[in-house]
Design a binder for this molecule. Structure first.
Ligand code: SF4
Length: 483
C-alpha cells in the first residue's frame, strides 16, 4: 500500500497532546531544583516550552525556555546563572504543548502579573471555554492583556475578584465565573495556592518532601522527589500553603465530577495515581476487558510502542497469548522537520518504526494501541507488519472510538480529523488494511477505570460534555449554578 510520505512524516507516532503540566513548590530550599526535576518528570505532558517563576521576597522572576526542560535550561544550569535569576523558595513551573500558530515563548507558562493584590504567577493545565466572553468583559473594565492565552484571562479574573472581595470570596466568585477545565498552581506574594475546577477534569495532587510542599499534575513527581503523597486536590477546592502548613480555604464541590478518561487511557504516566486510581493497573484492566470483548486466537500480541504497551500486556495475560515487542521505535527520531528531498522524507518515516521480522513473520498478530485518532499511523503500521510477513493482523484498541472534539485541554479540535467520523468499524478496518478491528466498549472503559458516567468526562467519545459548550450536547447535573 502506498502512503503520502508528507502526511506520514508528521503523523507516525503522533498522538493527541495535553496542553500542560503544572508544578508548585513551597519550602525552605531553593525552589528551582525541585521545580526543575518535577517538570522533567512531567515532560510527557508538554514538550514545546517550559517556564519557572519564583518569588524572591519582593517580586516574581520568571525564566521561560523553548524545547525540553533539560535542553532549554541546560546552559543556565551548567553555568549556575539560573540561581541568581531564580532565587527564592516559593514558585511554580509549567510545561506546555503549544497548538499551531503559537509555538514560541509568548505562549509559554507560567503567566505572571503585578496587580493590586501583589505579585502573581500562575501555572494552568486545562482550557477556559468562556475565555472570549470574560476577556471582553475585562477589557471593558480597562484590563489590558499581553497574550491571547486563556491562562492570562484566568489570572486577571482571579486577581480582580480577590482584590475586590478578599481571598475566599474572590476565589469563590472566580470559580463561578470560569467555565472549563483548570488545575492550577498559583503564587500570590509569599504563599502558594493549588486549586481545581469543580468537575476535577484535569488531575492535580499535592504532597510533602521533608518540610517542603509540592503540587503537581501527577503523583509520579512525588515518587521521583522521594516524597509522600498527601492527597489529590479535590474538585472545586482551593488550598493555601504557607509557613504554618497547608489549609483548605474553599471547597466548592459539584454533584458530579468529570475526570478526563484520556488521562487513564493515554496521557498520564502509568506509575501515576490519578484521583485514587492507578493508571498502570487501569490500562492492564482495559487490555483484559478488550480481550474478553474481542478475543482472537492469535500467535502473538504486539503493542504499538509506547502507547499500546500496557493494554497489550493485559490483553495477552487475559488470553494466555505470547506478548512480544514486534515493533522497534527509534526514540531519537521524535521530532521531524521539513526535509528537502523525497528520499530523506521517506527515510525519516522509516526511522521512526521498524518491525522485528522474527516476531511477526508467518504469525497471526494482534496489534494493540490505546486509541485511534486520524488512523494514518495505524494504516502505516499495519502495512509494515504485512510487509514483514505477518499472516494476519487483528487490530484491537484499548478505548472506544473518538468521535468528537475536546474543548477541555487536549488538541483534538475538529471532527474532520477523526477517522471514526461517519464510518463503521468495518469501514475503518478496510481503510487501515487490517484483517479485523475492535474497540473497547464504553462500558468496558468505565468498568476498567472504576468510575462511571457521573465521574468521568467522556465528551470526545459520546459528544456529550460536562461543561456547556455552544453547539454541543451538555450533561447538566451539578450543584453549582455555573455548572
Ligand atoms: S473531551 Fe475527551 S480528551 Fe477532552 S477532557 Fe473530555 S475525555 Fe478528556
Amino acid at each position: 500500500m502506498d502512503f503520502p510520505v508528507q502526511d506520514l512524516e508528521n503523523t507516525v507516532g503522533q498522538k493527541p497532546n495535553e496542553h500542560c503540566a503544572v508544578v508548585g513548590f513551597y519550602g525552605t530550599d531553593s525552589a528551582f531544583d525541585w521545580i526543575y526535576t518535577s517538570l522533567r518528570t512531567l515532560q510527557h505532558r508538554g514538550q514545546e516550552s517550559s517556564g519557572i517563576a519564583i518569588f524572591d521576597g519582593s517580586k516574581i522572576n520568571v525564566v521561560k525556555v523553548m524545547g525540553l526542560v533539560n535542553e532549554g535550561f541546560k546552559n543556565l544550569v551548567e553555568n549556575g546563572s539560573i540561581y541568581s535569576k531564580l532565587n527564592g523558595n516559593i514558585g511554580v513551573g509549567h510545561n506546555r504543548y503549544s497548538t499551531a500558530g503559537s509555538k514560541d515563548l509568548s505562549g509559554a507558562g507560567p503567566v505572571t502579573v503585578s496587580s493590586m493584590i501583589g505579585e502573581l504567577a500562575l501555572s494552568h493545565n486545562g482550557e477556559i471555554v468562556n475565555q472570549g466572553e470574560l476577556r471582553e468583559e475585562l477589557k471593558k473594565k480597562g484590563v489590558t492583556f499581553q497574550t491571547q492565552l486563556d491562562t492570562e484571562v484566568l489570572l486577571m479574573v482571579l486577581s480582580r475578584e480577590i482584590g475586590e472581595k478578599g481571598l475566599k470570596n474572590g476565589f469563590k466568585n472566580a470559580i463561578s465565573l470560569l467555565k472549563g477545565s483548570y488545575s492550577c498552581a498559583l503564587v500570590i506574594n509569599d504563599k502558594l495556592y493549588a486549586f481545581r475546577d469543580p468537575l476535577g477534569i484535569r488531575p492535580l495532587i499535592f504532597g510533602q518532601v521533608g518540610n517542603h510542599y509540592v503540587v503537581a499534575s501527577e503523583s509520579s513527581v512525588l515518587d521521583v522527589l522521594g516524597g509522600k503523597i498527601i492527597r489529590d486536590v479535590e474538585p472545586g477546592e482551593v488550598i493555601e500553603f504557607s509557613e504554618t502548613g497547608f489549609k483548605v480555604i474553599l471547597n466548592s464541590p459539584s454533584l458530579r465530577t468529570a475526570h478526563c478518561m484520556f488521562e487513564y487511557v493515554y496521557f498520564s504516566r502509568p506509575d501515576s495515581v490519578i484521583d485514587g486510581v492507578e493508571v498502570y493497573n487501569t490500562r492492564i484492566l482495559m487490555g483484559r476487558q478488550l480481550a474478553k470483548e474481542a478475543p482472537v486466537a492469535a500467535d502473538v500480541v504486539v503493542p504499538v510502542p509506547d502507547s499500546g504497551r500496557t493494554q497489550a500486556m493485559g490483553y495477552a495475560m487475559e488470553l494466555g497469548i505470547e506478548y512480544s515487542e514486534g515493533l522497534f521505535k527509534n526514540r531519537y527520531s521524535e521530532r521531524t522537520f521539513i526535509m528537502p528531498s523525497q528520499s530523506l522524507r521517506s527515510n525519516a518515516v522509516k526511522l521512526k518504526l521498524n518491525p522485528i521480522k522474527s516476531v511477526v513473520a508467518g504469525k497471526k498478530v494482534v496489534l494493540i494501541d490505546d486509541s485511534i485518532v486520524r488512523g494514518t499511523t495505524m494504516r502505516y503500521i499495519v502495512s509494515i507488519l504485512r510487509n514483514a510477513g505477518a499472516s494476519e493482523i487483528h487490530v484491537r484498541i484499548g478505548s472506544p472510538m473518538i468521535v468528537a472534539p475536546c474543548y477541555l485541554g487536549v488538541d483534538m479540535k475538529t471532527r474532520d480529523q477523526f477517522i471514526a467520523i461517519n464510518k463503521s468499524v468495518s469501514e475503518i478496518n478496510l481503510e487501515i488494511g487490517s484483517n479485523s478491528l475492535a474497540y473497547l466498549s464504553l462500558d468496558g472503559l468505565k468498568e476498567s477505570i472504576g468510575l462511571g458516567n457521573r465521574n468521568l468526562c467522556l465528551g470526545c467519545l459520546t459528544g456529550e460534555y460536562p461543561v456547556k459548550i455552544q453547539g454541543e450536547k451538555y450533561i447538566k447535573q451539578t450543584a453549582l449554578e455555573s455548572y
